[in-house]
Design a binder for this molecule. Structure first.
Ligand code: ATP
Length: 211
């Protein structure tokens, strides 16, 4: 069965690194990808842009294609928003369909800090997206949990509904939202790191510009 992938993030703001790797993962897995902006992220400071502002940027960024699909369910939740709760909901909605949680390699290395992280493997596969930068060694408990889960062929992700981990080799793009926020705050215009449409409506990037 064609998998359904989930790519979550603060998307503060959504940038071409996110879009490029999500698109390539969709091709590699032959999957649709739910682009899922997180509500109140439990393990990081609050985003600079509000939930409606991040949603508006995603709507602009995703225009004109149909493989990457906006799913705003986490924005409607009050209090901290946990991926494990989202996957429980998606599992209910999609029965046995393979679900693949997409994580950049930095996010994957930090997985043991997530609420209920071991349950994630019961609910979905994990697709680890290559991301340039320091190659973090995986924490020991994550190595132990995943040692028998790694597969290197996307057909393994289609024949089970959850439980495998696969490295997805996507184009390395050294783009980060942190750097983009710094550039915008310094009065720069990081064109070609952000979807062009974000520059067409000045209010979209106003949360990051110095007042
Ligand atoms: P920040 O700099 O604010 O931490 P970010 O650029 O890492 O933001 P997030 O919204 O935190 O973006 O990331 C969402 C997901 O996208 C995470 O799994 C992250 O690892 C992944 N990701 C972000 N940028 C890239 C990139 N350039 N290549 C691969 N994965 C990426």
């Amino acid at each position: 069965m064609k998998p359904l992938a989930i790519f979550g993030g603060t998307f503060d703001p959504i940038h071409l690194g996110h879009l490029c790797v999500a698109w390539e993962a969709s091709e590699l897995l032959d999957a649709d990808v739910l682009m899922m902006p997180s509500g109140e992220p439990p393990h990081r400071p609050l985003p600079m842009a509000s939930a409606p502002q991040r949603l508006a940027m995603l709507q602009v960024a995703l225009r004109g294609q149909s493989r990457l699909i906006l799913d705003a369910r986490e924005l409607g939740r009050s209090g901290p928003s946990y991926t494990v709760d989202t996957l429980v909901e998606l599992r209910d909605e999609h029965g046995d369909r393979p679900l693949v949680l997409l994580l950049g390699s930095d996010a994957f290395a930090g997985l043991p800090d997530w609420h209920g992280w071991r349950r994630l493997f019961e609910l979905a596969h994990i697709g680890v997206l290559s991301r340039p930068g320091e190659q973090a060694t995986l924490p020991e408990e994550l190595q132990r949990e995943t040692v028998d889960r790694w597969v290197d062929d996307s057909t393994s992700l289609q024949s089970a509904s959850a439980g495998h981990v696969m490295a997805l080799s996507v184009t390395p793009l050294e783009i980060s939202a942190t750097r983009i926020r710094q550039l915008l705050a310094a009065g720069r215009e990081p064109r070609y790191q952000l979807p062009a449409g974000l520059f067409d409506a000045p209010e979209l990037l106003s949360p990051y510009r110095q007042r």
